[in-house]
Design a protein around this ligand. Structure first.
Ligand SMILES: Cc1cc2nc3c(=O)[nH]c(=O)nc-3n(C[C@H](O)[C@H](O)[C@H](O)COP(=O)(O)O)c2cc1C
Length: 183
């Protein structure tokens, strides 16, 4: 079956993700960042995470040999996501460098700082695994990405379905969530 790349992209866009900005030091010593939603946890022992980068991106050439920070964006940081996706729009607020000496963004939900571990061929992308050196949860709500749009978590996620189930309070809690558009 011939795969239509546009249709595949559309289908894969139904898998909802958070949004990160991957930052590292550029050749000139200035911080560089790019918006990435292809980020995933991989392993706890050793502690590994993965990002998938387009070979044509500047970041792809940089993090081959450099430590990097995964900045997990907060729900109000949609414009920052666009800023680091080729639509510069603002003065970026940087936080203190990570323990690896990598630049990191201020006001994010969390950050994870890594040193390069392995990289793998991913077709027109390269899969980079980083070994976690430092991580911190700063708190807040996540920015989400779904079918090409930014979203935020819905607020109707109160516990429900206790009914008369033997799995009632003290047992398993079922928490329903929803996504509402904000773009
Ligand atoms: C929501 C969103 C998610 C993105 N995810 C990725 C991704 O996972 N991998 C990637 O290589 N590019 C991704 N991009 C595109 C890059 O952010 C964009 O190509 C960026 O300009 C690359 O910057 P650079 O070439 O200066 O390093 C994404 C863009 C957006 C808006």
């Amino acid at each position: 079956m011939a795969i239509d790349p546009r249709e595949l992209r559309q289908c894969l866009g139904h898998f909802t993700t958070g949004v990160t900005v991957i930052t590292c030091n550029g050749e000139d010593g200035e911080p560089h960042g790019a918006t990435v939603n292809a980020f995933t946890a991989v392993s706890l022992d050793p502690p590994l995470v993965l990002v998938s980068l387009d070979r044509r991106s500047r970041l792809c050439g940089l993090i081959d040999s450099r430590p990097f920070t995964v900045n997990v964006l907060e729900s109000h940081q949609k414009d920052l996501a666009l800023h680091f996706a080729g639509k510069p729009s603002q003065q970026v607020r940087w936080g203190p460098d990570s323990a690896c000496g990598t630049p990191r963004l201020d006001g994010t939900l969390a950050h994870v700082a890594c040193v390069p571990w392995r990289s793998y061929d991913g077709g027109d992308h390269v899969l980079y695994l980083g070994e976690v050196q430092e991580f911190l949860i700063h708190g807040g709500q996540p920015l989400l990405f779904h079918t090409g749009k930014f979203h935020h978590l819905g607020d109707d996620h109160s516990p429900l379905l206790w009914d008369d189930s033997v799995d009632g309070p003290g047992g398993v809690t079922f928490v329903a969530g929803s996504i509402t558009g904000s773009s």
